[in-house]
Each structure stands twice: as C-alpha cells, then as structure tokens.
Design a protein around this ligand. Structure first.
Ligand code: NAG
Length: 324
C-alpha cells in the first residue's frame, strides 16, 4: 500500500512535470532580429525585423510562437517609410495598442526615422499610420514609464556630433515627443568595438527600480552585447547624471554570438520577467537575417539587480514562463 501510494505520487509528479510547458531556442530561426514580445489577453505576440514589412505572430505558449498564427500588419511599396523596416515594438498607451518601428526610404540608411502606427484594444487588431516622431535619424525606439515623471521615448540617435548614442525625449502623447537629449554615449571598451554604438533600449522594472538595457558595439561583431542603465530613483530621467551604467550584462556564449537588441515580457501569471533577444551562430558576428530569436527568464541577484545569465546552446530544453 505504501509502495503503491509512493508510486502513484511519483507518477502524478511526473505527469505534472510533463504537462508544464517547455521550450527550446531558437523561437525564430531566420529573420529573428530585434525581437519584441508582449503577453496580453491570453496570447504572446512576437514581432521581429523582416526588413520589408511588419508581421505579428501570436500563440498561447512561448514554444508555440515557432508555428504561431502570423499576419502582416504594415507594408509600403515606396516612400519615406517603405524600406529597412526594423525594430517593431508594441506598447499600450492612452487606451490603445501602438506599434513603434524604424523605417526609411529603403535606398539610404540616413533616412531612417522612428514612426508609430495606432491599433485597437488588442495587438491583433488592425493598425493604421499615426505619426513620424523624429525629423532626424532615429532607430530602435522604446517607451520607458516613470510614475512621477510620465512616459519617455528612448531611441538611438546622433546628437550634437555624438557617436550613435541612446537619446531620450519626454512624450507629449503616444504620437508626439519633445526634444531629444543624450542619455548614454558609447565610451567604454565593450561599447566601442569596431564602432562606438548604443542602440536597442528596453525598459525593465523590478523591486521599485527602473532599468534600461541596451545593445553596445557594432552589430557585425561578436562583441555586440547588452549594457544596463540604472535610474537613481529621483533625478530627472532625461539627464544622464540620473543614471549609472554597468556591463556587459549579456554576451556571446555557447555558440551564440552577439546577443542583443532585447525586449522584456511578463509570464502569463505576472510573476516572472523574461528576456527576448537575438544572436547568431556566425562566429564572426552578424547583423542580418541570420540572427535568431532566443528567450530566457530573468533572474535576480541577492542585491536586487537583474541577472541575465548566459545564452545556452541552441536546443537546450527549458521550462516555459510561469502560468503557461
Ligand atoms: C540622482 O541624480 C540627480 C542628478 O540628475 C541628482 O541631483 C540626485 O541627487 C541623484 N539622487 C540620488 C538619490 O542619487
């Protein structure tokens, strides 16, 4: 009897384990660059850079995104936002979903600007063009929210002759921003490999702290990696003096080169924060459609700071986000 009970609980335990969702990386093997995921209303929504249009994939599990329902929500055959379509991000603001992205005329990378589409009550609704947010070179825009200061637009730009840096502007609304200021310039050795670059910002909120991760160094190198800015909690967020920098906090490992351009999303039950980023198997580094999409849970150090871990060998099996 005792043996039987033990056996029963063992079998039950195993079946519970087996029913917990698992996943393997990569989620998207090709054109997995600049990934962004949100969890909302029972679905994960994944977007990546395809260069030619904006596509949304949805699924109820992270592993399901590999074969999720996919649709194109934006494309243009010609014009000022028809080419080099990069870095799409979904954000809920002013009671609607907005889709921020980078695009230019497709001929000259100097024409890259930040744009936004307005959607509806779910990310699966139709989007229509709302605004171009900058009249100067700007890529990789994201939103950073402060309870006492409002929403800020953080993007990568050149200001006053700076190298490619993180820039920050107060948002007047979802479709209008104020003047940009320099937030973080690439100055440290790990931010300046081949070319000084700070790009791909993403906001992270945990334990009452506000962080911004970003990607540093030239994307065609294996030194492309994540850096971390930590807000001091009281200073004007648009002043670089209110932030401290550390890094790299995620770098090449286990055959994954140049991990970067990440985003964060929450688990279905809201208890975990997950990191989605791209990397390449090209040991020389890559900045093209060969980059694949990876996800990993964010862990927390005893002093409260985020621990992004190490990109594991492709194909390693992990437990999916809590609540799947
Ligand atoms: C935060 O930074 C600002 C400068 O932007 C400074 O005036 C303020 O004293 C700092 N606060 C803390 C708690 O370090």
């Amino acid at each position: 009897m005792h043996f039987f009970k033990t056996l029963t609980s063992l079998v039950l335990g195993l079946s519970t384990l087996a029913s917990a969702a698992t996943y393997t990386n990569p989620l998207k093997a090709k054109d997995g660059s600049d990934p962004h995921i949100v969890w909302s209303g029972g679905y994960y929504y994944l977007m990546t850079t395809t260069w030619t249009n904006l596509q949304i994939t949805r699924a109820t599990t992270v592993n399901g995104l590999k074969t999720g329902q996919t649709k194109t929500v934006y494309s243009q055959s010609s014009g000022a936002r028809s080419g080099n379509i990069w870095a799409p991000e979904l954000h809920w603001l002013d009671n609607a979903w907005y889709l921020y992205f980078t695009a230019g005329d497709g001929k000259d990378l100097g024409t890259q600007r930040s744009h936004v589409l307005k959607g509806g009550a779910t990310p699966w609704d139709t989007f229509s063009f709302a605004a171009t947010l900058t009249n100067f070179w700007s890529i990789d825009a994201t939103i950073v929210r402060f309870s006492s200061w409002g929403n800020y637009f953080v993007h990568s730009c050149h200001l006053n002759g700076s190298p490619q840096s993180l820039c920050i502007a107060k948002m007047n609304s979802a479709t209008s921003i104020g003047a940009s200021k320099l937030l973080s310039q690439p100055t440290l050795s790990w931010e300046t490999v081949d070319t000084p670059v700070n790009e791909g910002p993403a906001a992270l909120y945990h334990g009452g702290k506000t962080y911004i991760t970003y990607s540093a160094s030239f994307c065609w190198t294996t030194s492309y990696s994540l850096g971390l800015l930590t807000w001091n909690g009281s200073g004007d967020p648009s002043l670089s003096s209110s932030w401290s920098k550390s890094g790299p906090v995620l770098k090449s490992a286990n055959g994954n080169y140049g991990p970067g351009h990440n985003g964060f999303f929450t688990s279905p039950d809201g208890t975990e924060i997950w990191n989605v980023y791209h990397a390449t198997a090209n040991s020389a580094g890559a900045c093209d459609g060969n980059r694949y999409t990876m996800v990993n849970k964010v862990n927390w150090n005893s002093n409260g700071t985020p621990n992004f871990g190490t990109p594991a060998k492709l194909g390693t099996s992990f437990t999916g986000p809590s609540g799947e």
